[in-house]
Design a protein around this ligand. Structure first.
Ligand code: XMP
Length: 514
């Protein structure tokens, strides 16, 4: 059965992934393609609708991203957003110019609710604008369906050709009724059924994996993180005993994490994963001894991980398939799908395929966003605390210890981090912040404990709020929680005599403290 799909055509905007996520929140499957994608390819997808994203360019400048006008003749509904709306007007005979007044921020827009796009949307509604250019003349056949004080054409439609355009960004949360508008587009305009649901995803994946794997042997690197856990359980449901999972404990996991992962996925847990735990702590510590440069640490940890995994794989012998927990944002960020600039690429999986003897890769989560991976995890019966884990970097605490790494420092940061997590959770703040952890600064300073002078380390506490992990704010965690955590850490963790709170956002800092 052909999957109902909406295509996001990416013109380099920052919010392209967000558009796709919002569409998927309507239970409609959505994929992102660069504007460089061949028209025939887009046509072959038989999309139910197309959305043109925003982008940083001026559509009237030579060399600006554009698309063939043929797309407007497909008869498929199209929604242009910001740059996408300007490009639509520009290509169809309207006029786009530098705006006399740049609009930026939350702006009240007056909408015409007789348009399908604004059905059940308030007449006056707050929308997010960010544009230097504006549409000074609509293309023939369009009528205006929204305006602001400075923007006569904040939204337009040509119902006959099923073309819609908004100068503002319905996909960002600042646009208060944006989700309603996108849902109007996919259901009322495109006529989608909304049948993209996680229970059917799980069922269909199991079916496809069984078909693909046959009686082949499958190998999976399990980290205990959400993605690899969901991938492993999905594979196990599909092919049972043919799957072997290798869990490498590099000694840089959070407190008790290795045992927790083993308790769920090991032989005493509910799954049949042929779970192999490799306790490689010593190997990693000795490779890391004396190394202080963060990128070098990352490299060493990544390479050593591959070595360990390779050795285990050799013991198992040749396998037919290697499972990877790649998810959709990885695919888009690696430049396969979309167009926007890569801000930072992460590399948990890089390298493995070259080192292990296998025939093919299986990436069962390749089409899913993180929240969908979580839903699939719940569908598969994976415990909540694993499914809703906060992100944890592949190199682990190795990049949360400034300066050289020693087993003693690992323990300090593990203990302090466990206390911070406990206190945050006890106060219900685990739901209010998106990531929180402790990092060991390399700073030692004078303190006094009892009557003794100390010369010990400072630990830094970090908690951030973020939606996309590309930018973040330092969270205003109440002083009470920080205070309680501070006393516990200095009392309970040896060699720490100072606790600092990191007030920096990203940018200019990063979320990790490395
Ligand atoms: P930064 O520090 O770049 O982190 O602001 C952004 C998010 O990415 C996580 N992170 C990683 N995740 N492998 C991962 O899977 C890595 O090497 C890695 N480095 C950082 C970080 O925890 C935050 O959520």
């Amino acid at each position: 059965m052909k999957r109902e799909t909406v295509v996001v055509l990416d013109f380099g905007g920052q919010y392209n992934q967000l558009i796709a996520r919002r569409v998927r929140e309507c239970n409609v499957y959505c994929e992102i393609y660069s504007y460089k994608t061949d028209f025939e390819k887009i046509k072959a997808l038989q999309p139910k609708g197309v959305i043109f994203t925003g982008g940083p360019n001026s559509c009237y400048e030579p060399g600006a991203p554009t698309y063939t006008k043929e797309i407007f003749e497909l008869g498929v509904p199209i929604l242009g957003i910001c740059y996408g709306s300007q490009l639509m007007m520009h290509l169809l005979g309207g006029k786009v110019e530098k705006a006399p007044v740049r609009e930026y921020g939350k702006i009240e827009v007056t909408t015409d609710h007789t348009s399908d796009l604004f059905a059940d949307v308030s007449e006056k509604t707050i929308c997010w604008m960010s544009h230097n250019d504006y549409i000074s003349e609509m293309a023939p056949g369009f009528r205006t369906i929204a305006y602001t004080d400075n923007c006569p054409y904040a939204a337009m439609e040509n119902t006959e050709k099923k073309l819609y355009a908004t100068q503002f960004h319905p996909e960002v949360l600042h646009t208060q009724e944006g989700q309603k508008m996108l849902s109007n587009f996919v259901f009322r305009v495109c006529g989608c059924a909304g049948d993209w649901k996680m229970d059917s995803f799980v069922e269909q994946s199991i079916h496809h994996i069984r078909e693909k794997v046959g009686d082949g042997k499958v190998l999976c690197a399990l980290s205990g993180g959400v993605d690899s856990s969901v991938a492993a359980v999905l594979l196990s449901k599909a092919v049972g005993n043919q799957l072997t999972c290798v869990f490498v404990d590099h000694g840089l996991l959070r407190k008790n994490e290795g045992d927790e992962v083993e308790a769920v996925f090991g032989p005493d847990g509910p799954y049949d994963l042929n779970f192999i735990r490799v306790n490689a702590q010593e190997r990693f510590y000795s490779k890391l001894a004396g190394v202080t440069e963060p990128e070098k640490k990352r490299k060493i940890i990544g390479e050593e991980f591959i070595r360990v995994f390779e050795e285990e794989a050799k013991k198992i012998g040749a396998v037919d398939f290697l499972v990877q927990g790649t998810i959709y944002p990885d695919v888009v960020e690696s430049g396969v799908g979309g167009e926007s600039t890569v801000i930072k690429s992460h590399h948990n999986v890089g390298g493995l395929p070259d080192y292990v003897d296998f025939k093919e890769i299986i990436e069962p989560l390749r089409d899913l966003f993180k929240d969908e991976v979580r839903k699939a995890g719940l569908e598969l019966g994976i415990p909540d605390y694993l499914v809703f884990r906060q992100p944890f970097p592949g190199p682990g605490l190795g990049i949360r210890i400034i300066g050289d790494i020693t087993p003693e420092k690992v323990q300090m940061v593990q203990d302090a981090d466990a206390i911070w997590r406990e206190e945050i959770a006890a106060a219900g703040w685990d739901k209010k912040v998106n990531q929180y952890f402790a990092a060991l600064t390399n700073m030692q300073s004078v303190g006094v404990m009892g009557d003794e002078r100390t010369y010990d380390y400072a630990i830094a506490l970090r908690a951030v709020t973020t939606t996309d992990f590309m930018t973040a704010e330092s969270a205003e965690v109440p002083w009470e929680i920080i205070g309680r955590t501070t006393s516990r850490i200095v009392n309970e963790v040896k060699h720490i005599n100072r606790v600092l709170y990191d007030c920096t956002g990203k940018p200019p800092a990063t979320i990790e403290f490395e």
